[in-house]
Design a protein around this ligand. Structure first.
Ligand code: MN
Ligand code: MN
Length: 296
């Protein structure tokens, strides 16, 4: 498949799975059920997971994924982000939406969505990244909220989710130029205007990535080979590996790979004042006079 067609196909799958799954999220439902549903639907549509789906509740801005046998359920009156990544032949779509179970936080969802819309209107060849950040920040502030300033959108490359260049969510010093044919994920996060508007590292996310091939033996060796073949440079869930290696030896082998720095763990990203966070994200291809949203 031609690269742009693969990007569009990944986008079609990711947006469909995002919307059908988001519609089923409600208080009392298990997070592990939601994560499994996303995996199943992506596979049914012929895509592969570009990263484990994130189900981020309230002040968790990013990177929570269910471990195996997770007991976490969606709380009453919560704000829930569903972030889905799909790839087709390595070409990635990354998209997220937020559902609010407390009307007093609806404005955060509207603010994040307005920030994303403003960015999509602004991005085109020749624009500088901080101009897009300024458009996002203005739109979010006009809704009585503020952006999280140390989370950004990011360039997408084949088999690479964070390919170097960023799209900031605030005005600032990132003046790199946007070029035709670039592929970006744009993802504003909105918090109440009284919040810090910053994230810090929290507990482990249950999301991992291959770091370097190490000389390990036995089950750990088999597991390392499996991870490298299945996920390459892309993030994966411990849950996926534990289901494939479902014995005590599997648990030990996973720890061994972590200890040997064969794989690395991502932390959850927590809003530092524990404020509720809303997120909106689309992936776009920069065209001659604007952009094409692949995850609309
Ligand atoms: Mn995302
Ligand atoms: Mn992203």
């Amino acid at each position: 498949m031609e690269p742009f067609e693969a990007l569009r196909e990944a986008g079609r799958i990711a947006s469909k799975v995002r919307d059908t799954t988001l519609a089923e999220i409600e208080p009392g439902i298990k997070v592990e059920y939601i994560c499994d549903l996303v995996n199943q639907r992506v596979a049914e549509m012929g895509g592969k997971m570009a990263f484990p789906c994130n189900v981020d509740i309230d002040h968790v801005a990013a990177h929570y994924c269910a471990p195996i046998n997770d007991k976490t359920v969606i709380p009453e009156r919560s704000l829930v982000k569903l972030d889905v990544g799909v790839h087709v032949d390595g070409y990635i779509a990354d998209t997220a939406k937020t559902v609010s179970f407390d009307p007093s936080y609806d404005y955060l969802v509207e603010a994040a969505t307005a920030g994303l819309d403003a960015a999509i209107q602004t991005i085109r060849p020749g624009v500088r990244a901080n101009e897009i950040g300024a458009a996002i920040e203005d739109a979010i502030r006009s809704h009585g909220a503020k952006p999280i300033r140390n989370l950004t959108g990011h360039k997408l490359a084949r088999y690479v989710v964070h390919a170097g260049k960023s799209i900031p969510n605030v005005n600032g010093h990132d003046r790199h130029l946007i070029n035709e044919g670039d592929v970006y994920a744009i993802e504003p996060f909105a918090v109440p205007s009284t919040a810090d508007g910053l994230v810090t590292d929290g507990p482990p996310s249950n999301i991992y990535r291959m770091q370097k091939r190490r000389s390990v033996k036995g089950t750990a060796k088999k597991m390392q080979k499996y991870i490298q073949a299945e996920y390459r440079t892309l993030p994966f869930a411990s849950r996926w590996v534990m289901r494939k290696f479902s014995s005590d030896k599997g648990v030990e082998a996973f720890q061994e790979l972590l200890y040997a720095k064969s794989i690395m763990s991502y932390p959850q990203l927590i809003e530092s004042s524990h404020a509720k966070v809303a997120q909106a994200e689309h992936s776009v291809i920069v065209t001659e006079d604007g952009c094409e949203v692949t995850t609309a």
